[in-house]
Design a protein around this ligand. Structure first.
Ligand code: SIN
Length: 514
């Protein structure tokens, strides 16, 4: 690693080069910051793949209070109403600020932002850019801005492997780089590492997103929140391609319907049908598939001939597998899409470890509750990046420590995907979760490529076992009802390991809890 990078000693380090990381860096300017990105900027961030846009109450018929009501309803009793209120009231201004950074949002002929509809939103309030290429366009503008900001140094091809923490305070980052491992001393680290889709066989996320941020924070002793809440998108393109191409909810917002192989619109009896909250729709599609049906999106009438213009990315994915959405039904199935849980963080991204912040999907602020409302995630990242930057800028630089570099294996979840997909999927069951815990426990304690993904999977499985109810995206076949009292969950890696060890010596969760 170059001397220029080493001269950043003590400066903030942002781990991750998606929308959350890039915007945090831009808001920190002119303070020098280092962005560590595993891959070249824009090439593998989930952000760049986002089709849905940003949700914000920008329409004349809308209000942050209405946006909040939809968010709380989708979150199924588990949102943090205070943080949700703050974020959603700030959203319209944060979206306008992106436009001033150069993001070319879709507009009406009169120049107003064009507002789309997605499931469980009571108003048209989704701002897109380039139709279904919103993430790509936002990343383009942010990368341009970052590359022309002299105070930001981006190091691509470097992966953060561990955080150095003493007395619950960040001292630096152990990272890999092409030649040798390196230690970067700093008292301020922002995690902006994205999600966990790479842990699953069926996911719409880049395969390389396998919970690195959750693992870094967990091994540093941080508190994780709501880990069991994983969102499965109901309409991924059902084919051989992995990751699975997403068919945006906006397609249903424009009138596409869901049918089975007989042409029956089997969701007709469901409240709000195709525009029901994502968790509800996902389970309905999942059950229909489990009953031996095939499930399709029918976009032939609506959006019909407009499809290609409105959804160029999806059109191209469909054509890639020989499907013409104007003529053919599009085969779909649910796929892992987003992690509502993550590193417990307040609105400013502060975690339970001093000097550690989290922003974007890796953070669990409480906005999403048990089920994220569509397009609220980019909104959260964009709003919170400013607050995170303000908090980082206002924090002491911290003790400068020099430690020797350490070789830590790069995470590789491939061997765990079958187990994690089976145990942590759309429907969970106590027995299967228990088996997963006993398989994952020894793997999480090893020092190899599977150990970090195993630790993340283990913590999610423990959180899923401890939540003995069904709520939002977490559905337990053995506890199908919602508990009377909604409570968020919190867990550290040490607690998860202790609970897993207790399982190993007992037969039931009741015994462990006694
Ligand atoms: C979609 O476009 O359906 C996905 C949007 C989101 O995940 O928020």
């Amino acid at each position: 690693m170059s001397a220029a990078v080493r001269s950043f000693f003590g400066r903030p380090i942002i781990i991750g080069g998606g929308i959350a990381g890039l915007l945090t860096a831009l808001h920190l300017a002119p303070e020098p910051v280092l962005i560590l990105s595993r891959t070249p900027l824009g090439s593998e961030a989930s952000s760049a793949w986002a089709q849905g846009g940003l949700a914000g109450s920008l329409g004349d018929d809308d209000d942050p209070v209405l946006h909040l009501a939809d968010t709380l309803a989708a979150g199924d009793g588990l949102c943090d109403a205070e943080i949700a209120t703050r974020i959603l009231h700030t959203a319209p201004n944060a979206i306008e600020a992106l436009a001033t950074l150069g993001v070319r949002f879709d507009r009406t002929p009169e120049g107003a932002l064009r507002l789309g509809l997605e499931a469980a939103h009571g108003r048209r309030r989704i701002v897109h850019a380039g139709g279904d290429g919103s993430g790509r366009e936002i990343m383009r503008a942010l990368i341009t801005a970052v590359r022309s900001t002299p105070s930001i140094v981006v190091v691509e091809g470097v992966e953060a492997r561990r955080l150095a923490v003493e007395d619950n305070t960040v001292r630096g980052v152990w990272a890999s780089c092409s030649m040798s491992p390196v230690f970067l001393g700093t008292g301020r680290v922002v995690l902006a590492t994205g999600g966990i889709g790479g842990l699953f066989h069926d996911s719409t996320n880049p395969l390389g997103s396998c919970g690195q941020g959750v693992a870094l924070a967990a091994r540093a002793g941080a508190v994780l929140a709501d880990l069991e809440f994983i969102q499965f998108h109901p309409t991924a393109l059902d084919g051989h391609g992995r990751p699975m191409p997403l068919i945006s909810e906006a397609v249903r917002g424009e009138g596409a319907t869901i049918v089975d192989e007989t042409g029956r619109r089997f969701l007709e009896d469901l409240h709000d049908a195709e525009l029901a909250p994502r968790d509800v729709l996902t389970r309905a599609v999942w059950n229909h598939l489990a009953n031996g049906h095939r499930v399709f999106l029918d976009a032939r009438q609506r959006p019909g001939p407009e499809f290609e213009r409105q959804f160029p990315t999806i059109s191209s994915a469909c054509r890639g597998v020989g499907i013409n959405p104007v003529r053919d039904l599009i085969p779909i199935r649910p796929a892992q899409h987003y992690h509502m849980g993550g590193v417990a963080a307040d609105g400013s991204g502060r975690t339970s470890v001093k000097g550690l912040w989290a922003c974007g999907e890796v953070a669990s602020t409480g906005l999403h509750g048990a089920n994220r409302l569509a397009s609220n995630s980019l909104t959260e990242a964009v709003v919170c990046a400013r607050w995170v930057a303000e908090s980082v800028a206002g924090s002491p630089i911290g003790v400068r420590t020099r430690l020797t570099a350490r070789e830590i294996p790069s995470p590789d979840p491939i061997s765990l995907r079958p187990l994690l997909s089976r145990s942590l999927g759309v429907e969970r069951d106590g027995e299967i979760l228990r088996e997963a815990v006993s398989t994952l426990l020894p793997l999480a304690k090893r020092h190899d490529a599977a150990s970090d993904p195993a630790a993340v999977g283990l913590m999610i499985a423990i959180a899923a076992l401890q939540r003995r109810e069904s709520r939002g995206a977490h559905y337990r076949t053995d506890f199908p009802d919602r508990a009377a009292i909604a409570r968020r969950s919190r867990l550290t890696l040490d607690e998860a390991l202790a609970t897993a060890r207790a399982f190993a010596c007992s037969r039931t969760l009741e015994e462990v809890e006694q």
